[in-house]
Design a protein around this ligand. Structure first.
Ligand SMILES: Cc1cc2nc3c(=O)[nH]c(=O)nc-3n(C[C@H](O)[C@H](O)[C@H](O)COP(=O)(O)OP(=O)(O)OC[C@H]3O[C@@H](n4cnc5c(N)ncnc54)[C@H](O)[C@@H]3O)c2cc1C
Length: 369
C-alpha cells in the first residue's frame, strides 16, 4: 500500500473548511486542520451573498464574486449527496434601498445586464412598500425598493461546522507556526507534504517569521444578533439600506444587524455597545421592533484587506507546496468557499475554473531583505 500524502490546512474559516471538505474526498490524502478560531471572520460575518449590484470596477474581483455566488448551490448539492445538512445557505432574496429612486433604476439596469452570465440573480423587480411587506412584514421607511430573488444569506459558523463534520480529517484547535524543510513543512511536530494557509487576516503573523513581508491588514467588524420568539423569519429577505447597516434575517426568529468596518483597531476583539446601539437606532427607521427583541448578543471578527482591496490565492513561488489565500475583505463569505474549492484543485494538480494568475500571491507576499 502506498503512503498517503499528508496535507495540512491552517485556518478553518470559509476558505480552509471548504478546501478541507473537497480534499478529504480523496482517500489517498491524510488531512489535518489546525484552527485557532480566535477572531475568525467567517463566524462573525453578516453572511450576505449579493455581489451583482456592486459598481466596483475591478473585473478580476467581480468575476470571483459572481462565481463565488454561483458556487453555493454546487456546494449545497455536493453536501446533499453525502447526506449533510445544507440549511446554512438560503436564497431568501435581497431588498436594496436607496434614498434616490433613480439609483434604484440604475441598480436594476446593472443587475439586468448581468443576468445572462448570472441567472442565479433570479427575478429582479422594483417593489412598492406595500408589496415589500409581503415577504418582510413590518418593514418601513421607504417608498420603493429593488428586489432580487437570488440574493442569499449564509450562517458562516454553521457552514464551517457542517463542512468539517462531513470530512474525514484530524482537527487540532491550536495556534500553530510553520517551518519549511528541504521537502515538506513541519507544523506542531508533524511533517506535511503540502500546506494551505487559510489564516485570513493573520497571514502576516505566520509568514513574517519565514522572512516575508505580507500586504494584509486587519479590519474589525462587529454586529448584533436579535432574537424574536414570535416572528417566523425563516423566509425574510436580507435588507440592504444605504450606508453601513444591513438587516439579515435567519431562521427561528433571529435577525442580525451590522456590521462595522473599523480600520484603526488592529486585532482588537472588544465589543463596543455604543457602535451597536447606533446601528440599532438607524435600523429602527426600517424595522421599529429591534428594541422589543427578547434576547440580544453580539459577534466580532477580523476581515483581511490588501492595500488595493483585491483578494489573492495560490502557491507561493519560493515555497513549493505551500498555498495561501487572504485579502477577502468584506465579501469573503461570498468568495471564500469558491477559493477554498479552487485551492483544493490546485493541491490535487487539477485544472482550476479561474486563473490564479489573476489573483497573484507574489503581488502581496514578498521576500523581505
Ligand atoms: C462583521 C463581519 C461581517 C461580514 N459580512 C460579510 C457578508 O455579509 N458577506 C460576505 O461575503 N462577507 C462578509 N464578511 C467577510 C467574510 O466573513 C470574510 O472575508 C471571510 O469569512 C474570510 O474567510 P477566511 O477563511 O479567509 O478567514 P477567517 O474566517 O478569518 O478564518 C481564518 C482562521 O484562521 C485561524 N488562524 C489564523 N492564524 C492561525 C494560526 N497561526 N494557527 C491556527 N489558526 C490560525 C483564525 O483563528 C481563523 O479561525 C464579513 C466579515 C465580518 C468580520
Amino acid at each position: 500500500m502506498s503512503k498517503k500524502e499528508k496535507i495540512a490546512i491552517v485556518g478553518a474559516g470559509a476558505v480552509g473548511s471548504t478546501a478541507a471538505y473537497y480534499l478529504s474526498q480523496d482517500s489517498n490524502l491524510e488531512i489535518t486542520v489546525f484552527d485557532y478560531g480566535h477572531g475568525q471572520a467567517t463566524k462573525a460575518a453578516a453572511g450576505i451573498i449579493s455581489p451583482w449590484f456592486s459598481k466596483r470596477r475591478n473585473k478580476a474581483w467581480y468575476k470571483l464574486a459572481r462565481l463565488g455566488a454561483d458556487f453555493y448551490p454546487d456546494l449545497a448539492a455536493d453536501l446533499e449527496k453525502t447526506g449533510a445538512d445544507t440549511s446554512s445557505y438560503q436564497q431568501t432574496g435581497v431588498y436594496l434601498l436607496k434614498k434616490n429612486e433613480e439609483k434604484l433604476q440604475e441598480l436594476l439596469d446593472l443587475a439586468l445586464s448581468r443576468l445572462e452570465e448570472s441567472p442565479i440573480i433570479g427575478q429582479i423587480k422594483l417593489l412598492k412598500a406595500s408589496e415589500a411587506q409581503e415577504k418582510f412584514p413590518g418593514l418601513q421607511g421607504f417608498e420603493k425598493l429593488l428586489y432580487a430573488s437570488g440574493g442569499a444569506r449564509v450562517e458562516g459558523a454553521k457552514l464551517t461546522q457542517i463542512l468539517l463534520s462531513a470530512s474525514q480529517l484530524s482537527y487540532v484547535n491550536k495556534e500553530v507556526q510553520i517551518q519549511p524543510l528541504g521537502e515538506g513543512y513541519r507544523i506542531d511536530g508533524q511533517i506535511f507534504d503540502k500546506v494551505i494557509l487559510a489564516t485570513g487576516a493573520w497571514l502576516g503573523q505566520i509568514l513574517t517569521p519565514l522572512g516575508f513581508k505580507v500586504d494584509v491588514r486587519p479590519q474589525k467588524g462587529q454586529l448584533r444578533d436579535y432574537y424574536f420568539e414570535n416572528l417566523n423569519t425563516d423566509a425574510y429577505p436580507v435588507v440592504m439600506p444605504e450606508g453601513e447597516i444591513d438587516i439579515i434575517p435567519f431562521d427561528n426568529g433571529k435577525i442580525s444587524l451590522g456590521a462595522s468596518h473599523e480600520n484603526d483597531k488592529g486585532f482588537d476583539l472588544t465589543l463596543n455597545q455604543g457602535i451597536l446601539d447606533s446601528f440599532q437606532n438607524q435600523a429602527q427607521t426600517y424595522f421599529p421592533h429591534f428594541e422589543a427583541a427578547e434576547q440580544k448578543s453580539a459577534r466580532v471578527g477580523i476581515r483581511a484587506y490588501t492595500s488595493d482591496f483585491s483578494p489573492f490565492f495560490g502557491e507561493i513561488a519560493e515555497l513549493p507546496g505551500l498555498y495561501v489565500a487572504s485579502g477577502l475583505g468584506s465579501t469573503g463569505l461570498t468568495i471564500g468557499p469558491f477559493i477554498g474549492n479552487q485551492l483544493a484543485k490546485m493541491v490535487l494538480g487539477q485544472p482550476t475554473q479561474i486563473d490564479p494568475a489573476d489573483y497573484p500571491t507574489n503581488k502581496y507576499i514578498k521576500k523581505s531583505n
